[in-house]
Design a protein around this ligand. Structure first.
Ligand code: SF4
Length: 500
């Protein structure tokens, strides 16, 4: 390695990688993100642009709803017989000359990949953008083993060079603008034109000439997979820049890390997803580069192919009847772009590899509800994500289901005397007592009407006292109780009991 090359060693995101990337809860991290006006401007502009593109190309497809339904039903069928399909995939890949490895968790997957890279005699790999390898913290694990991993997707390269973290599934550098990227390239890419401008074509050309050397020298490539076809043993990667095609064809060894939920039963099923995915993700009619490969072929592409099938919590998700539809996700990121929460806070606030609405339902299920209990609340439940999801994942329903789990988890944690010390648990217990008796409920209403008088002098209550209650009015007003309930009004009007 020449001294000049040293500047190119990948910079990694701060430690704490893996599925969760920090200990901050969503509300705290969101508050910090919302205070960054440049970030909000970048995000607002980028998400609005992708939203408009998606809406235009989806509007062109007369049978879009039928396509979505087809995508949903293929995924539901796949999940119902996932075990058989995975075995079939393994058999087909092996028959085509590939080797299949099963990884129960991130550590196992990382050690398999590390071993394979060493066995290929390499100390560096080129990478195709992959959420699965981010999820397991592969780059960091390889770095610990003395192996450099070079991201080749433009946005991932930007993130890697800046030592930042991705903030979007599809556009990881969505939070950065062109001027910031120009400054980054001028600082980190050796031999870059000193007159480099922030013109996107110039920026892409600078990255291209930097990456070309990597493609030509790498012995090993690591990729994820968008789909794995059980029927044929074919793997598929879709991308927009051609970097994936280079990684998948030039190096002698190809290692693919694929979440087990990415399997589809038949080759024909790709027809549905290859229509749904580009229109939902980049707002394009078809994907610029769709690479399909089946095992190895003499004189054509890699000489060795390894497929690492990653569980890492997915079978636990599969066992939850409501939560399992989360595994239908094809990572298009349409739900992020329409989410009123994501489009203001950005992805970093989620502190999770998977941000936005899909992250809010996937991450807590993969890492355990106790480790990410603020994420199911990172939503207004407006339903925009459900409307755009190409495989019709009912994200709001799963969010509510997970919120129920959070509450039950807290109840279990705060049982007995602890419950009496926890203000929220104590308030809920008191509410339950009040709501369980009509007499108590009506008495509480009369008391609340009296008690609210000093707070509701000018109509809505804009500030509630006390640490717990004031949280409610921090961001919204509370409608004051009316002077008469419906029942009281009815009795007065009718002279009879309301429930008669
Ligand atoms: S949940 Fe649906 S909309 Fe969101 S990334 Fe997954 S497939 Fe796309």
């Amino acid at each position: 390695m020449s001294p000049g090359d040293r500047r190119l060693l990948p910079v990694h995101a701060p430690r704490g990688v893996g599925m969760l990337r920090g200990s901050q809860t969503f509300p705290d991290a969101a508050r910090t993100a919302l205070a960054d006006t440049q970030l909000r401007r970048n995000l607002g502009h980028a998400t609005a642009t992708i939203r408009a593109k998606r809406a235009a190309v989806v509007g062109e497809v007369a049978d879009w709803e039928e396509l979505r339904e087809a995508g949903r039903s293929i995924k539901a069928d796949t999940m119902a017989r996932l075990d058989d399909l995975l075995i079939q995939l393994e058999e087909r890949v092996a028959a085509a000359g590939g080797v299949v490895h099963w990884a129960q968790d991130a550590d196992e997957a990382n050690s398999i990949v590390t071993r394979l890279v060493r066995a290929a005699g390499a100390d560096e790999v080129v990478k195709v953008k992959s959420m699965a390898t981010q999820e397991i913290g592969l780059n960091e694990a390889l770095a610990d083993a003395g192996i450099a991993a070079y991201e080749t997707d433009l946005a991932e390269l930007i993130i890697q060079l800046s030592g930042d973290r991705p903030s979007h599934i599809l556009v990881p550098a969505i939070h950065k603008n062109r001027a910031e990227i120009r400054a980054l390239f001028a600082r980190t890419l050796p031999g870059v034109d000193p007159d480099l401008t922030d013109d996107p074509r110039e920026l892409a050309a600078a990255a291209r000439s930097h990456l070309r050397r990597r493609f030509l020298s790498a012995k090993v490539a690591v990729s994820g997979a968008n789909f794995g076809v059980a029927e044929t043993g074919t793997l598929a990667v879709v991308e927009s820049e051609g970097n994936g095609r280079m990684c998948l064809t030039l190096p002698r060894t190809l290692i693919t890390v694929m979440g087990i939920e990415k399997v589809v039963p038949t080759f024909r099923d790709l027809e549905v997803f290859l229509q749904l995915l580009p229109r939902s993700s980049t707002g394009e009619r078809m994907n610029p580069y769709t690479s399909l490969w089946t095992g190895v072929h003499a004189g054509d592409g890699p000489e060795a192919f390894h497929l690492v099938l990653l569980d890492n919590g997915r079978t636990a998700v599969l066992s939850d009847e409501v939560g399992r539809e989360t595994l239908h996700c094809i990572r298009c990121s349409a739900c992020l772009n329409v989410c009123p929460v994501y489009s203001r806070t950005g992805g970093h606030a989620y502190n999770s590899v998977y941000p936005g609405p899909i992250g809010a339902i996937l991450t807590p299920q993969l890492v355990g509800i106790h480790a990410a209990e603020s994420l199911p609340y990172a939503s207004t439940l407006c339903g925009a994500c459900y409307e755009v999801c190409p495989v019709k994942i009912n994200i709001p329903e799963v969010l509510v289901h997970l919120r129920g789990k959070v509450v039950r988890h807290k109840q279990a944690e705060h049982s007995g005397w602890r419950a009496r010390l926890d203000p929220e648990a104590a308030a809920m217990a008191a509410m339950a007592r009040v709501f369980s008796s009509r007499a108590r409920y009506e008495r509480a209403q009369r008391l609340a009407r009296l008690g609210q008088a000093p707070l509701a002098r000018r109509g809505p209550i804009s500030h509630l006292p006390g640490g717990l209650m004031s949280g409610w009015t921090e961001m919204r007003d509370l409608k004051a109780l009316p002077q008469r309930t419906f029942r009281e009004w009815w009795v007065e009007r009718d002279g009879s009991r309301a429930d008669a």
